[in-house]
Every structure is written in C-alpha cells, then in structure tokens.
Design a protein around this ligand. Structure first.
Ligand SMILES: C[S@@+](CC[C@H](N)C(=O)[O-])C[C@H]1O[C@@H](n2cnc3c(N)ncnc32)[C@H](O)[C@@H]1O
Length: 247
C-alpha cells in the first residue's frame, strides 16, 4: 500500500513531496467536509459507500448526482462543474478492478491517474502496492473528493488540479485513465497524451465502456468486465467495459 506522497511537477512528472491542496480545491474540500459532517437524508446527499464493482474501495458518492449538483449550484449562486467525481464511472470501476486483481501492474510503480474524478483508480493503485500515486483532474471538487476518498480508504494519493494534457507524461511508470474518452474534444487530447507517455516508457491502461470515441486501431483490449454503474442517465444497470492499452 502506498504510504509515500507524490505531486505533479510543472512538466507533468511526479516529484517527491505532497503539498496541501490550495485555492479552489481548498474551498471545495471545505464544502465536502461540511457535507460529510451533515449529510442529510434526501436524494441530494453524499454518502460514503462501497463501490459496486470494487467493494474494497469506499467512495463519497451522491445519492443522485444531478440533484446534489442542483442544490450546490443554488447554494453557490453560480454554475458549478458537473460533479463527475460523485459517481462511480464504469470505465474507472473496470480499471480499478483490473489493478486490484493484477497488483503486479501497480506494485512498486509511480502511478498517475489522469482525469481521476473520485480517485477510485488511484486508490486501487495505492491498495495494489504502488510506490507513489498522483491523481489529476481539472475540477477542484474532484481534487477535494480524491483527498477525502483517499483518507477514507487509508491510502496516500497526491491530488492535483490542472490540465496536464499538453505535457509529455514522463516520469510515470503507470498511467491510468478511467472513462476519460467520454467526449470527442477531450478524447482528441487524451489519446496523444497517452501515446506520448507510452513512448516515454510508461505502461498505459485505459478503462472505457465505448462512448463512441474509442480508436480501436490504436488500442488493444487487455480485459473486459460487466460493470454495474451508478452513473446518472444510464438505461442499463450494467455496462460491458474494456481495459485497453496502446498497441
Ligand atoms: C467521466 S469522469 C471519470 C472519472 C474517473 N476516472 C472514473 O472513472 O470514475 C471524467 C473526469 O475527467 C475530468 N477531466 C475533464 N477534462 C480533463 C482534463 N483536461 N484533465 C484532467 N481531467 C479532466 C473531469 O473533471 C471528470 O472528473
């Protein structure tokens, strides 16, 4: 289990010491800690629950992410980013399951969880014995959620805000991305980043339920899982999810 903190340096590489979250992420952490202290009992609450396909990891998830989001926007009096971190996405669940079932993939490695959301995959990597784990997301609430979720699962994960996708992805042994190909524009930036990291020597693993932006010629399937999902607006309660790596 990872007990050593890491953070992401300016070039997107890992450096040794964790720093406390700051700025918008600190404000978001204050909000989440307030929510944890007074959770309420309606659809707009957050709850620490075992992840359906990865019960070894508990996450702070919304009972209904859309309803929670509406309450938070009303309280803030401004638009907030969609709370992707408040759901257990199918791609992340498959990838986290894969790491826990194949701990040799993460053990002793420096891991970066890209587009981390709740931090599920990062936490699984830490539980699998990673040396250092960083989790990156552009949403300050996701950075705060990674912080509380890592704490709840007793592991060290350095949560960082910011956009790394124009970097080279070096200084990482294992790069994981769960459900990061959900939108054409984002996929168009994530895939070259993954390729650069793989070219620099990283093992790259993607968890994806095929939301229409999966380049099957560029990625090969490593494993496939039937994943129960808590995502909002999904008709089927189970999605077939592939774990893939660059060819
Ligand atoms: C569908 S969620 C998946 C979260 C998590 N990986 C999982 O599987 O549960 C996608 C995440 O990508 C994040 N994201 C979007 N653009 C990003 C970028 N340029 N860099 C890092 N994260 C980004 C979003 O904020 C969101 O948390």
């Amino acid at each position: 289990m990872s007990r050593v903190a890491a953070e992401i340096g300016p070039a997107g590489g890992l450096v040794r010491h964790a720093r406390p979250v700051s700025g918008p992420s600190t404000a978001a952490l204050t909000v989440l800690e307030r929510e944890i202290a007074a959770p309420g009992d309606g659809l707009d609450r957050l709850r620490l629950v075992p992840t359906p396909f990865v019960p070894e990891v508990s996450l702070l998830l919304a009972e209904d992410a859309i309803v929670w989001w509406a309450r938070m926007e009303a309280a803030a009096g401004r638009a907030l980013p969609p709370p992707y971190w408040a759901s257990a996405w199918a791609g992340g669940q498959a990838l986290a399951r894969h790491l826990l079932d194949h701990p040799e993939l993460a053990a002793g490695r420096r891991v970066l969880d890209l587009a981390a959301g709740s931090g599920l995959v990062a936490i699984a990597a830490a539980l699998a014995g990673a040396d250092r784990v960083a989790a990156n997301d552009i949403d300050p609430y996701a950075v705060a959620a990674v912080t509380v979720n890592a704490r709840a699962n007793g592991v060290m994960v350095a949560a960082t805000a910011g956009d790394l996708l124009d970097g080279d992805g070096t200084d990482v042994d294992l790069l994981v991305a769960g459900d990061a190909l959900y939108d054409r524009e984002l996929a168009g930036r994530v895939l070259p980043f993954l390729r650069r990291a793989a070219s620099a020597g990283a093992l790259v693993l993607v968890g994806d339920p095929d939301r229409g932006h999966l380049p099957t010629d560029a990625l090969e399937v490593v494993a496939s899982y039937p994943v129960p999902t808590t995502e909002p607006s999904v008709d089927s309660p189970v999605r077939r999810v592939q774990v893939l790596r660059p060819r």
